[in-house]
Design a protein around this ligand. Structure first.
Ligand code: ARG
Length: 479
C-alpha cells in the first residue's frame, strides 16, 4: 500500500507535456478529449514542423469548445472501443471521434447535437473493384472493420463473412494491402483519404442511409452538454464546420508519396523514438526499483517463521507468475477504474504492473540465492558470536547477491523488453511510437526494425554493465 502511494505521488508530478497527453485526469482547468486519431479527416496524426500532432476537423471543433469554456485542451489518443469506458470512468471529459449516436451508446453516455453526416462504403484493393458490385458479394468473404464501430456491427450481420475487427483504421488498410482481408467497411469521408493506386472503392454501399457524428459527454453532465451544443450552434451558423472539413481534407491529402528507407524513417521520426526511449527507460527504471523492493519483502515473507506470511508470499509469487502481465495491466488500468473508480494514469498503471510483476520473479531469485549459500556458513558465523542479523548481513547476503547477480541482470533485461506491453494502454514508449510511425508511414517493417534495434542497444548496454559489475565482484573473491 505504501509503495503504491509512493508510485502515485512520484508519477503524478511527471508532466504529461513530454507527449501529447498520455496521462491526465479531469481537472477544472482542462478539457480532456478522448479520440481515436486514425480517422482522417476527422482526427489523425500528422507531422508538422517535425513534430507529431493530432489534427482534423474534430480536433478543430474541440479547440473551439475549449476556447469557449476558457480551458486548456488535452488530447488522449486511444483505441476507438476504449472511448466509452474512458468517458464513463472520468478518464476523459468529452469524446469527439466521428462517433455515431446509436441507441446502444445512448444507454451509457449522452450525445450532443450532430455535426456531420457520412455514408458507409466498401474499401477494396483496386484490382478487385469489379468483384464486389453489391453487398451480397461480401458474404463468406474475409472482411475488416474497426473494433467497436458501427461498421463492425454491419460486418457482423453479413452472413458467413469472416470479420476481422481491429483497433485502428490504418491497421485495416494494412490488412487489405497484405491480402489478409479482401474488403473493409468504412465511412466515405475517411475512405477518401486512402484511395490510391492500391486501394479503391467498390461501387456498392452497404447502407445508403446517412450516419451522423456527435459529441459524447458523460451522463448527467448537462452543463458541459449545453456548452458543447452552444459552440456547435455557433460554428454551424458561421458555416465554420464545412470550412474545418475542407481544411482537414487538404491536410490529409498533402502527404508524402515517396516511401523512405529505414535510415530516412529513423531520421525523420527520431524525435518520436527519443520520446519513446525516455518513457521506456522511466518505466523500466522505476519498475526495477519498486520490483526489487517488492521482491525483497516477498522473499522475506517466503522464508519467514510465521506460516501465514510464508503462505502470503507463496500465493503472491504463484498468482503473479501464473497470470499474463497483459491481463494484470488491464485489471489495474481498466478494472480498478471502472469497478472502484481508482484512476491510474497510463504511466502509473505501467509502473505498478511492472513492479508487481517483476517483484514475483525477483523474490524467487533472491530466495534461491539465500538458500543456495551453504548452511555451514551460517553456523560458522553464529559460532563466531554473530547474531542472526549480522550473519545475514555480513556473511550470507553478500555471497547470495554475487551468486544471483546474473539472474537479476536477466530480470532487468526482461523488464526493459516487457515494458513494451504497456504501450497498449497508450503509454508513449518505444513500442507505441513505432506503431505511430507505422500508422503515419504505412510501412510495416522499418518502424519495428528501428524499435528492435533500439531495444537491443538498451539491453545490450545493460548486460555489458552488469557483466562488468559481476567481474568486479568476483575479482574480490580471488584476493
Ligand atoms: N461513425 C462510426 C461509429 O460511430 C465510426 C467512428 C470511428 N471513429 C474513429 N475515430 N475511428 O462507430
Amino acid at each position: 500500500m505504501m509503495l503504491l502511494t509512493f508510485v502515485v505521488l512520484l508519477t503524478a508530478a511527471v508532466p504529461s507535456a513530454l507527449a501529447s497527453g498520455t496521462t491526465g485526469t479531469s481537472d477544472s482547468k482542462k478539457l480532456v478529449l478522448g479520440t481515436s486519431a486514425d480517422f482522417a479527416p476527422y482526427e489523425f496524426h500528422k507531422v508538422i514542423n517535425g513534430k507529431d500532432e493530432i489534427v482534423g476537423f474534430d480536433i478543430a471543433i474541440a479547440k473551439e469548445i475549449a476556447a469557449d469554456l476558457g480551458v486548456e485542451l488535452v488530447i488522449e489518443d486511444m483505441g476507438f472501443d476504449g472511448l466509452l469506458p474512458a468517458l464513463q470512468s472520468g478518464r476523459v471529459d468529452i469524446v469527439i471521434s466521428g462517433m455515431t449516436p446509436t441507441e446502444d451508446r445512448k444507454k451509457s453516455i449522452d450525445f450532443s447535437d450532430t455535426y456531420y453526416k457520412s455514408k458507409q462504403v466498401i474499401m477494396v484493393r483496386n484490382e478487385d473493384k469489379d468483384k464486389y458490385p453489391t453487398m451480397a458479394e461480401l458474404e463468406n468473404e474475409k472482411i475488416g472493420a474497426q473494433k467497436g464501430s458501427i461498421q463492425e456491427t454491419i460486418g457482423q450481420k453479413i452472413p458467413g463473412a469472416k470479420l476481422t475487427s481491429l483497433d485502428k483504421i490504418s491497421d485495416i488498410v494494412l490488412q487489405l494491402q497484405t491480402k489478409r482481408i479482401n474488403a473493409a467497411i468504412v465511412e466515405d469521408t475517411v475512405a477518401a483519404g486512402y484511395l490510391d493506386d492500391m486501394i479503391g472503392l467498390a461501387p456498392a454501399v452497404p447502407d445508403e442511409e446517412q450516419v451522423a457524428a456527435a459529441i459524447g459527454i458523460r451522463k448527467g453532465n448537462t452543463e458541459l452538454l449545453n456548452a458543447v451544443n452552444g459552440t456547435l450552434e455557433r460554428l454551424k451558423s458561421e458555416n465554420k464546420i464545412d470550412q474545418m472539413v475542407t481544411e482537414a481534407s487538404q491536410l490529409m491529402a498533402d502527404r508524402e508519396v515517396k516511401s523512405p528507407n529505414i535510415f530516412e524513417v529513423f531520421w525523420q521520426y527520431k524525435s518520436f523514438y527519443a520520446t519513446g526511449v525516455g518513457y521506456t527507460l522511466l518505466l523500466s527504471a522505476l519498475g526495477v526499483i519498486f520490483g526489487v523492493i517488492i521482491g525483497l519483502i516477498i522473499c522475506m515473507f517466503r522464508m519467514h517463521d510465521m506460516a501465514i506470511l510464508r503462505w502470503i508470499g507463496t500465493a503472491y509469487v504463484e498468482v503473479i507468475r501464473g497470470t499474463p502481465m497483459l491481463v494484470q495491466l488491464m485489471i489495474i488500468y481498466y478494472g480498478l477504474s471502472l469497478t472502484f473508480g481508482i484512476n491510474f494514469s497510463a504511466l502509473q498503471a505501467g509502473i505498478i504492473t511492472l513492479s508487481i510483476n517483476s517483484g514475483a520473479y525477483l523474490a524467487e531469485i533472491f530466495r534461491a540465492g539465500i538458500q543456495g549459500v551453504d548452511r555451514g556458513q551460517l553456523e560458522a558465523a553464529r559460532s563466531l558470536g554473530m547474531d542472526r542479523a549480522a550473519a545475514m548481513r555480513f556473511i550470507i547476503l553478500p555471497q547470495a547477491f554475487k551468486a544471483v547477480l546474473p539472474a537479476i541482470g536477466n530480470e532487468f533485461v526482461t523488464i526493459i523488453k516487457e515494458s513494451s506491453i504497456i504501450s497498449v494502454i497508450g503509454m508513449v514508449d518505444i513500442m507505441y511510437q513505432a506503431s505511430v510511425v507505422k500508422n503515419i508511414t504505412y510501412q510495416g517493417m522499418n518502424p519495428f526494425l528501428i524499435a528492435a534495434a533500439i531495444y537491443f542497444v538498451l539491453t545490450f548496454i545493460l548486460s555489458k554493465l552488469l557483466g562488468r559489475l559481476e567481474r568486479k565482484l568476483s575479482a574480490s573473491d580471488r584476493r
